[in-house]
Design a protein. Structure first.
Length: 461
């Protein structure tokens, strides 16, 4: 089974209508977000899935048989699909780049039937991965210099767990509990023990002792099964036993209760026992707000395990990225800009083939972005760069996906250039995104022509 049917039905019905009308001009579509569900920025992720899909996009006999059974499609259209492949171009922002509302994150230029078919898959992959990478970046930012491990496998949306773990790593997480992701993606794996492990023994000390003897170089003890402070005292016993063997207890984990107060008291227990080297790991339905509050109030926590709220992007579980037609080629080869108008100004689109320029201030921090027409020069004397790069040309993937660690490092570097005010968890200001002179003029002229019956025949080219 191929991935060709991972699309919405209306893509295929539109394709058949295009086919029946012999209407398959080159068209340009932009993928962008109108609003960020939280904060002011988006961390772009999900590109490899899209590129693999493009390379392998074919309809096999099983796909075609299923479509024939729907009694919607003609034999001639199904025959066309037998030899279907993507022949267009895709460019946009690399993974780990920062994006802001209205900016074209991906740009697809292809015969309209091809560009239409891939819409649903592109939205599915980039929306989800970018959402989770952004959420993870917020959690990691809240933790500051503290390590954040992703613990979300059991709460992830089914098979999306692999993509979600990958996105969390791009967002800045240092490790995962997901062994499958560790194997397939090369992400460091980490883990401690469950409460069931502790309760399966007659007493907590035996559970701790056997674990420490089994994993002497990586002993992390879960101390809150019965009483966190009593568990900490028993962990001290184990730490002393390990010291006698020239070993060291690595850490303890607290998974319930008042993490602020417990972490301070547990820290005090270990410090008084001469075990200040033992780290304190905290979990328990954490998110960026809770972590920020814990550290602001002096919690003695060295690392965080974050699962449910990060892997599901709570409380904003969806990213409303859209894919809109912005240009089409007429029968004479003229490029006709297109835009959508709406009574809701937020839903109006920007016409024409565009790119994004990023401008920096004298300190190297992000100053503003400019969305410009593709062939337009911007007038700026300071430091700036063009963000879009080419991914696919004439149906062939022309870029190399960097190693995941490099993507993660680049994402963290990009985030370090974003002024702190734009990283606020609540009421972050809107990052300035401007339209170039040419794009602003085109948008105004096209909007007027679409509103005025007299001008519709002279649509700008």
């Amino acid at each position: 089974m191929t991935q060709a049917l991972k699309t919405d039905l209306y893509q295929l019905t539109m394709m058949q209508a295009y086919f029946a009308g012999n209407h398959n001009p080159y068209a340009t579509f932009d993928y962008f977000v109108r609003n960020i569900p939280f904060g002011s920025y988006l961390v772009v992720a999900g590109l490899p899935s899209v590129l693999s899909y493009i390379e392998e996009l074919r309809f096999d006999p099983d796909d075609l048989e299923y479509l024939a059974e729907q009694n919607l499609f003609t034999r001639s259209f199904l025959k066309y699909l037998e030899n279907f492949n993507f022949t267009g171009d895709i460019s946009g922002m690399p993974e780990g780049e920062l994006a802001f509302p209205k900016e074209p994150i991906l740009r697809v230029r292809a015969p309209i039937m091809e560009a239409q078919l891939i819409e649903s898959f592109v939205l599915n992959k980039i929306n989800f991965s970018s959402l989770i990478a952004t959420k993870a970046s917020r959690v990691v930012y809240a933790a500051g210099a503290k390590l954040v491990a992703e613990f979300g496998l059991r709460r992830a949306q089914g098979e999306a767990q692999l993509e979600a773990t990958r996105a969390c790593f791009i967002g800045g997480c240092s490790a995962t509990s997901n062994v499958y992701a560790g194997n397939h993606l090369g992400i460091p794996v980490t883990g401690t023990m469950a409460h069931s492990y502790v309760t399966s023994f007659e007493n907590e000390t035996d559970a701790f002792r056997i674990y420490s003897e089994t994993f002497p170089d990586n002993t992390i003890l879960l101390i809150d099964t019965y009483d966190s402070l009593e568990g900490a005292r028993k962990a001290v016993e184990i730490a002393k036993e390990m010291e006698s063997r020239d070993q060291r207890l690595k850490a303890v984990r607290i998974d319930s209760g008042n993490l602020l107060e417990l972490s301070k008291k547990v820290r005090n227990i270990f410090d008084k026992a001469g075990c200040s080297y033992v780290k304190i790991f905290a979990s328990s339905d954490l998110n960026e707000w809770k972590i920020e509050e814990l550290l602001k109030n002096g919690a003695s926590i060295d690392a965080f395990g974050v699962g449910t709220e990060m892997i599901t992007s709570s409380p904003s579980p969806a990213l409303g990225g859209v894919y809109k037609l912005v240009e089409i080629e007429d029968a004479d080869g003229n490029l006709i800009p297109k835009m959508k108008l709406s009574n809701d100004q937020e839903k109006a689109t920007l016409p024409g083939r565009k790119t994004v320029w990023r401008l920096y201030d004298s300190n190297g921090l992000l100053k503003e972005d400019v969305i410009a027409l593709d062939d337009e020069k911007i007038d700026y004397s300071g430091k700036y760069r063009k963000i879009h790069v080419s991914f696919v040309e004439k149906g062939q993937v022309v870029c190399q996906i960097p190693p995941l660690t490099e993507i993660r490092d680049q994402a963290q570097k990009n985030l370090s250039f974003l002024p702190e005010k734009y990283r606020a968890f609540d009421a972050a200001p809107t990052y300035p995104v401007k339209l170039s002179t040419g794009l602003e003029k085109l948008t105004q002229n096209l909007s007027r022509s679409l509103h005025s019956p007299e001008l519709k025949k002279t649509e700008p080219k």
